[in-house]
Design a binder for this molecule. Structure first.
Ligand SMILES: [Zn+2]
Length: 135
């Protein structure tokens, strides 16, 4: 297999194209708009409608477990007051998903291609044994 599952995971965690490893998922700058395809290898990044609902779920899950649960625990054990905990939770609920947006789109691609590595064009060419196959 040309692109290994370990490479797919590393590329997913570093917001890179799962097929070629290029930093091509998003336009340069701070844009939150995912490119339709990789500019280096042509991998179609925009999947079917609803594909990135998984990314939203990942985003909310990480926000809840990593950021909001500690706030709830601090409040529960009396380390944070009621108002401070509420404002902190509201603030984190708004800010963290925006900060994790690009990463969560990449995590969704990571999960998809870790489960289906043969869907990557680089791996399909190797499996079919034809280098000139247009996939
Ligand atoms: Zn690529």
């Amino acid at each position: 297999m040309k692109v290994t599952p370990a490479q797919i995971i590393v590329r997913g965690l570093t917001v890179r194209c799962p097929n070629c490893g290029g930093r091509t998922l998003f336009p340069p700058g701070v844009s939150l708009r995912l490119n339709k395809e990789c500019s280096q290898c042509g991998l179609r990044l925009e999947k079917d409608e609803g594909f990135f609902l998984g990314a939203m779920s990942l985003n909310y899950g990480v926000t809840l477990v990593v950021f909001l649960t500690p706030v709830a625990l601090l409040w529960y054990f009396g380390r944070l007051g009621d108002a401070a905990a509420a404002w902190l939770a509201v603030g984190l609920s708004v800010v963290v998903p925006v900060l994790l947006y690009r990463a969560s789109r990449s995590w969704q691609l990571l999960l998809y291609y870790t489960l289906f590595p043969h869907h990557l064009p680089a791996n399909r060419r190797e499996l079919s044994g034809r280098e000139d196959e247009n996939v």
